[in-house]
Design a protein around this ligand. Structure first.
Ligand SMILES: [Zn+2]
Length: 452
């Protein structure tokens, strides 16, 4: 699927990063020309895409996706998850390590990497586990995963916290050899035993065990100090509290090499949604308070938080459609991330589309140290990894009509702004007219997004 497309496209009247309209030509897998409308040379046979008013962004890059394969193909597969990613405007994703078997050896990460290549929707970069089986006791074969065909640079026990400070220190030291990074799921395990939701007024009122902000913040505080001590890179997954933003701000001010992510759902949803005990809102880390939502928006706008990452966590119906206490943690997010960022950050005037490109493409590509021309500027000669967005469209979100194999979107029944019109992976359209493009090898047919 990595063969360059022979198809050329001309995007008419498109606005790169939301700026003035231009025509953009894609040919031979790269951006071939950019010029004032009507002035560019268009190759014969190029497909015309009227894109007046639409915004062109570098292809989105997710640093935090759960593709569930191997092991939980009932929730998602590499194929279905990366197809959903393309539908959401992504051209690369990092596949988290908590699969079964765990992505803790060169063999397993190479398997996931190859499945991604075969699927061909986006570039798949497997994340390697920090500890064997996510057990938190022995370091996994970090070097072997780094040297493998999958070229792993991001290591995480996500879903679990590397809570042993000695192991965390060793991991931070080890990954320096190949410019890797440890992505920490910051959750102090003893402080969150049996926790079901954010600890606060709502948890007290509805009688669910609370998850205190300090359980997240204490690990982040420890880890930024460890990263400083050993001189390594640290990435903080899905931070969710005002205090966590403060700690990252302090650490960056001190010159510590730390980056941080926030999820779309933590940019907009609060723990008030737990009042009806609907497990679609059960997630790890939990939805927090309106004050925390405001703090993460502010942190994202001022650059304290580097990226938005989806934490796309698909679950089959039987794992979510049950009582709160026994339901799985997690929500889908690949197909709604860009809309949530538009709604919370762009439409509110807090960020420009260039900022969106920074937090959803350039920074995650840089943090993940990925190649393949991801997260690059929209410029002539660059690989055509691109996302075309109609910011004026609105969408009614419905779990069943999404491309992901799972239905657990917290935005079901809501209207969100913006729609991904097209996604290009090295010049080949994976999404056109808002629907995923099925490549047959002999041509292509377009299926509706609803088809799965
Ligand atoms: Zn996590």
């Amino acid at each position: 699927m990595s063969t360059p497309s022979t198809t050329a496209y001309v995007l008419r009247g498109v606005r790169p990063y939301g700026t003035d309209p231009v025509d953009v030509v894609l040919a031979d897998g790269v951006v071939a020309a950019i010029g004032a409308p009507g002035t560019v040379e268009v190759p014969g046979g190029a497909t015309e895409i009227p894109a007046s008013g639409q915004v062109l962004l570098p292809g989105l890059v997710d640093l935090h996706t759960h593709l569930r394969e191997p092991g939980r193909e009932d929730a998602e597969t590499v194929f279905s998850g990366t197809r959903a990613a393309a539908a959401g405007g992504f051209t690369a994703v990092h596949a988290m390590a908590n699969t079964t078997p765990t992505q803790d050896t060169a063999g397993v990460v190479e398997q996931v990497y190859r499945l991604g290549q075969e699927a061909g929707w986006v570039d798949v970069h497997p994340v390697g586990a920090v500890t064997v089986g996510l057990g938190g006791e022995r370091l996994a074969e970090l070097g072997a995963m780094a040297d493998s065909a999958a070229r792993v640079r991001v290591f995480s026990d996500d879903g679990k916290c590397v809570h042993d400070p000695v192991l965390m220190r060793r991991a931070l030291e080890y990954v320096k050899a190949f410019d890797g990074i440890v992505a920490q799921h910051a959750q102090e395990p003893r402080l969150t035993e049996g926790a079901q939701m954010n600890e606060g007024i709502v948890s007290a009122q509805i009688g669910l065990t609370g998850w205190p902000a300090v359980a997240e913040e204490s690990i982040i505080a420890r880890d930024v100090l460890l990263a400083e001590h050993v001189g390594s890179r640290l990435h903080v997954c899905h931070l969710s509290t005002a205090g966590s933003v403060e700690i990252i701000r302090w650490a960056k001010g001190r010159g510590i090499n730390v980056t941080a992510e926030v999820t779309p759902h933590h940019l907009v949803l609060t723990d008030e949604l737990a009042r009806d005990y609907d497990p679609v809102f059960k997630v790890n880390p939990p939805l927090r308070t309106a004050k925390d939502v405001e703090a993460v928006r502010e942190g994202l706008a001022d650059g304290t938080i580097d990226i938005v990452a989806t934490d796309h966590a698909p679950h089959p119906v039987e794992d979510k459609d049950c009582e709160w206490a026994s339901a799985a943690f997690g929500m889908t997010g690949l197909e709604t991330a860009l809309s949530v960022v538009q709604q919370t950050m762009v439409d509110t005037g807090r960020m420009t589309w260039a900022d969106v490109a920074r937090v959803l493409s350039e920074n995650p590509a840089r943090i993940g140290r990925i190649d393949g021309g991801q997260g690059r500027a929209i410029a002539v000669g660059e690989p055509a990894n691109l996302t075309l967005v109609d910011p004026d469209a609105t969408r009614a979100i419905d779990g069943r009509s999404q491309v992901t194999a799972s239905d657990n979107t917290p935005f079901a029944g809501m209207e969100l702004p913006g729609r991904v019109v097209a996604t290009f992976l090295r010049g080949r359209a994976t999404v056109l007219d808002g629907a995923v493009v099925e490549s047959t090898g002999t041509g292509s047919v377009t299926l509706e997004g609803a088809a799965r």
